[in-house]
Ligand binder design. Structure first.
Ligand code: PLP
Length: 399
């Protein structure tokens, strides 16, 4: 019998974190690696938020345990923010504050899934979803989309994958890894289909404010109000306020689900660090000015990246509408010779790019769709140009 349980032994390391760790290790060893791996804004956390945290450190009430479900003020502020940003009315009791959006994803599936329940999972999907679905015994049913539909799945595809065991649809727009955004009418169509068939929707809206051009983010339970009783909304401060390391996220849902998830959290991790919660309170109650500034920098980098990637022979890159990732297809390059090697998969091609061009990208295998690269454009303008150019020069050698 194996020493590690089958359930936990079956989890693989987060591929995105692994790529980032490898790039950082090579950098520490003196190699000029440029990393497109991490999904992390390069901006500092806005000063007012940092100041709120500094003040919180000196306040003795923050040195103690606080309610497991979150500081009452923060739960209230998140409910208010949800009305402000999504026009979705929820009570503070429907909000559970978690250690980052990741814990919200984990707890959502722990709370909704029994062994054998199926979860419709549109691909390309964020690396963490299948693990979070599988842990409570759920079965991810992958519904794949590619660049021909802008990486969006249709109601028809979802309906074809539906079975009597289908319990949940995982929905993520703007998407990590593709940057795709579902247009409002498609969000509504999918929401109506879910209500019609009694399927829960877990909607991950962590990139809600990172939306470019004419694209618009709408929250599914706002456009389909009947969904409110069978919908869990996931969100957090990481991407909007450059607060990845602070670890504050939340889940919003019907009271019974939130109560059950809070019970779980009361045994798992208790309250999120009070100092981080105080910082998050400042973030969600404050203005969105800093976000607007970051968004315009991301937008500039997005357009630059698409321009540079599209110019590489064999690479095709639909324009992402949101988040901070580009997701080009590299299928036409697979099997070609580059510097004496013939990579057959995007994993092998990404390894070659790291070795030969000293550029780190995450291969599409990590997102359930081999044949693609994910590049984050949440890095400095200069590094972005240098890195993509270096990769382009290498890939241009393919024959
Ligand atoms: N959801 C998506 C789609 C993400 O990309 C991420 C982070 O990469 C998260 C949730 C969780 O973010 P965090 O745990 O840092 O709040």
């Amino acid at each position: 019998k194996s020493r590690v349980s089958a359930r936990i032994g079956g989890i693989s390391e987060s591929a995105t974190l692994a790529v980032d760790a490898k790039a950082k290790a090579l950098k520490a060893a003196g190699r000029p690696v440029i990393g497109f791996g991490a999904g992390e804004p390069d901006f500092p956390t806005p000063q007012a938020i940092v100041d709120a945290a500094i003040a919180a450190c000196s306040d003795p009430k923050n040195h103690r345990y606080s309610p497991a479900a979150g500081l009452p003020e923060l739960r209230e502020a998140i409910a208010t923010k949800t009305r402000r940003d999504s026009d979705y009315t929820v009570q503070a009791s429907q909000v559970l504050v978690t250690n980052g959006g990741k814990q919200a994803v984990y707890q959502a599936f722990q709370t909704l899934i029994d062994p054998g329940d199926e979860v419709l999972l549109p691909a390309p999907y964020w690396t963490t979803y299948p693990e979070a679905i599988t842990l409570p015994g759920g079965v991810p049913v992958v519904v794949s989309a590619d660049e021909s539909t802008g990486y969006l799945v249709s109601v028809e595809q979802l309906e074809a994958a539906r079975t009597p065991r289908t319990k949940v649809l995982l929905f993520n727009s703007p998407s990590n890894p593709t940057g795709a955004i579902y247009p409002p009418e498609q969000v509504e169509a999918i929401g109506r289909w879910a209500v019609e068939h009694g399927i829960w929707v877990v909607t991950d809206e962590i990139y809600e404010h990172l939306v470019y051009g004419d694209a618009r983010h709408v929250s599914m339970p706002t456009v389909v109000p009947e969904l409110a009783d069978t919908c869990v909304v996931l969100n957090g401060v990481a991407k909007t306020y450059a607060m990845t390391g602070w670890r504050v996220g939340w889940m919003i849902g019907p009271s019974d689900v939130i109560k059950a998830a809070s019970n779980l959290q009361s045994h798992l991790s208790s309250n999120v660090a009070n100092v981080s919660q105080r910082a998050a309170l400042e973030a969600v109650s404050g203005s969105l000015d800093a976000v607007a500034e970051m968004r315009s920098a991301f937008d500039r980098r997005r357009r630059k990246m698409v321009e540079l990637l599209s110019a590489i022979p064999g690479v095709s890159c639909p324009e992402p509408q949101g988040a901070f990732y580009a997701y080009p297809s590299v299928k036409s390059l697979l099997g070609k010779e580059i510097r004496g090697l013939r990579p057959q998969t995007s994993v092998e091609l990404a390894a070659l790019v790291l070795e030969q061009a000293e550029v780190a990208v995450v291969p599409g295998e990590a997102f359930g769709t081999p044949g693609y690269f994910r590049l984050s454009y949440a890095l400095g303008d200069e590094d972005l140009v240098t890195g993509v150019t270096r990769m382009a020069e290498l890939l241009a050698e393919a024959k």
